[in-house]
Write a protein that binds this ligand. Structure first.
Ligand code: NAD
Length: 522
């Protein structure tokens, strides 16, 4: 049984993480192939942009219909290559993409059309201004394996509808899902060169970054993100970076323990904890701490771990054994520093090399790796807090800032606390679901990234804004042009008084400025 990524003579072997079964072998793109793909995308892009927004939306509509018709088939491809339970493949991948398409179908027209810019300054009143949103050209997307369909698809749809061509470099661990996306887009009538997939490892991503692309949207780890940001800075390439997280969950003293503990268990173990928005730290008011931790442990012990193709599976395998090793080392470090293991805490070799038991840890501290580094696995560490202040301080004591959640029966209190947490998103009484809200922007602060995907702000990233300014009196020289002198200086002073002075200063300013239009200019 093959257990890890294999590259034999420039071929990538896609594996099922639940069973080790070989799914497909795919030719790996080298630098020449990557550059060829970008050149073809560049040649195809103007035609795609000129097709117009209405026709592009039409293709998006066909893509959505095609995906809907093949939803179960696509979910199966995702589960087989990424390991997550089929229900999660449907809800957190297919549904997210169907709804992202719906958002763009409904809103791309109003969000991308030319927009007038009213001028308030009287100097500029005789000019009309417009915002024109233009595609960047060729957008490169480099994506991870954990949401192999929803991440590249939501980003690609926004890029495409805005008139860009896309070259996607999916994770080397999940290329088959990316090829499925390409086939859905082509079936919808998208010209082949407008969306291309280049399969390969890091070097293929580096080659794409080095090719003549116009923007890069990267989703992945902080380490790779930093390398990409520094290479992009060399050529001032605009980038969006969606990076890692260590999302805190704050359970206040008035929270519903039953609901919040179910949320913690789902938030920590969905996709076997391999979500950028996973609950990776849980801070609970001391008055609820023991009850909450006990409830989490009991619910965790009831989870059914296994192959995601089994409809009863709650938690699937991790993507690869090396990911299991990271989890194991974080749990071991916590155990040695005094954490209590309330559930799990071991591998599940009887299921296969990629399985780790959903694990609940209590009495953790910020000295432990489990509270500082991204674990990206099925572990829920719980820590007691004195009060709201303490919980906020702990939540903000992290290099990451992707998302967070606050649990309370008092909505106002939750929203007030949300404003004080350093994160791109804070949910009150929910976890993770913000990723599926197509209207909501997704992205982080601090080491969690730069820029946004999804919704209006995600679409803004896919266009360059050009300001077009037209003067309504083309036959008139502008008052501020050359031919200066003392009287012009006084007129200008008067002009400033007229606009920004108070009371009589405004009147005096108007009188002084009156001569300005009659002034002789060069
Ligand atoms: P990764 O950084 O190892 O790889 C991500 C992608 O970058 C892959 O396609 C990989 O082949 C490519 N790559 C690797 N080296 C490269 C290089 N030098 N130049 C260009 N491309 C290169 O990350 P991963 O293990 O695939 O994904 C897990 C990480 O992604 C976690 O940290 C997770 O939090 C993060 N993530 C973030 C979000 C978000 O929206 N913020 C979403 C999902 C995952």
């Amino acid at each position: 049984m093959a257990t890890d990524l294999q590259i034999a003579s420039r071929r990538i072997v896609s594996l099922n993480p639940a069973t080790g079964e070989v799914l497909r072998e795919i030719e790996c793109a080298g630098e020449i192939e990557v550059r060829d793909a970008v050149a073809r995308a560049r040649a195809a892009q103007p035609g795609w942009a000129e097709l117009g927004l209405r026709r592009r939306i039409e293709i998006l509509r066909k893509f959505q219909a095609g995906l809907y018709a093949r939803k179960s088939e696509v979910a199966t491809v995702i589960t087989r290559e990424a390991g997550k339970p089929l229900a999660e493949a449907l809800v957190t991948e297919v549904l997210v993409v169907l709804d992202a398409a719906r958002f763009l179908i409904d809103n791309a027209w109003s969000l991308l059309r030319d927009e007038p810019v009213p001028h308030a300054n009287i100097v500029a009143k005789l000019k009309s201004g417009w915002l024109v949103r233009e595609p960047h050209g060729v957008i490169a997307i480099i994506s991870p394996w954990n949401y192999p369909f929803s991440i590249p698809a939501t980003e690609s749809l926004a890029a495409l509808v805005a008139g860009n061509a896309v070259v996607l470099k999916p994770s080397e661990l999940t290329p088959v899902v990316a090829l499925e996306l390409a086939s859905l887009l082509q079936d919808a009538g998208l010209p082949r060169d407008v969306f291309q997939v280049v399969v390969g490892e890091g070097p293929a991503g580096a080659a794409l970054l080095g090719a003549p692309i116009d923007k890069l949207v990267f989703t992945g780890s902080v380490g790779t993100g930093k390398r990409i940001a520094s290479a992009a800075a060399e050529r001032l390439l605009p980038v969006v970076l969606e990076l890692g997280g260590k999302d805190p969950m704050l359970v206040l003293d008035d929270a519903d323990v039953d609901v919040a503990s179910s949320a913690a268990v789902w938030g920590a173990f969905v996709n076997a904890g391999q979500a950028c928005l996973s609950v990776e730290r849980c801070y609970v008011h001391h008055s609820l701490y023991e009850e909450f931790a006990k409830a989490c442990a009991e619910k965790t012990r009831q989870l059914r771990v296994g192959n995601g193709m089994d409809a009863h599976t709650d938690v699937g395998p991790m993507i690869r054994e090396r990911q299991v090793r990271i989890v194991e080392s974080h749990v071991e470090d916590a155990r040695q520093r005094g954490a209590r293991i309330l559930a799990g805490g071991t591998r599940l070799p009887q299921l296969g090399p990629n399985y780790y038991a959903p694990t609940v840890l209590a009495d953790v501290t910020h000295e432990m790796r489990i509270m500082r580094e991204e674990t990206f696995g099925p572990v829920l560490p719980i820590m007691a807090c004195d009060d709201d202040e303490h919980a906020v301080r702990m939540a903000n004591d992290s290099e990451f800032g992707l998302a967070a959640s606050v649990w309370t029966r008092d909505r106002g209190r939750g929203e007030r606390l949300a404003r004080r947490i350093h994160a791109g998103t804070v949910m009150v009484n929910d976890v993770i679901s913000c990723f599926g809200i197509s209207e909501a922007p997704h992205g982080g602060v601090k080491a969690s990234g730069v820029g946004r995907t999804h919704g209006r702000f995600g679409l803004d990233e896919m266009v360059r804004v050009k300001y077009v300014d037209t003067d309504r009196l083309p036959g008139m020289k502008k008052v501020w042009w050359h031919g200066y002198g003392e009287s012009f200086r006084r007129q200008m002073e008067g002009f400033l008084d007229m606009q920004f002075g108070r009371g009589w200063e405004r009147m005096r300013g108007a009188l002084r400025a009156a001569g300005v239009v009659r002034r002789k200019r060069l």
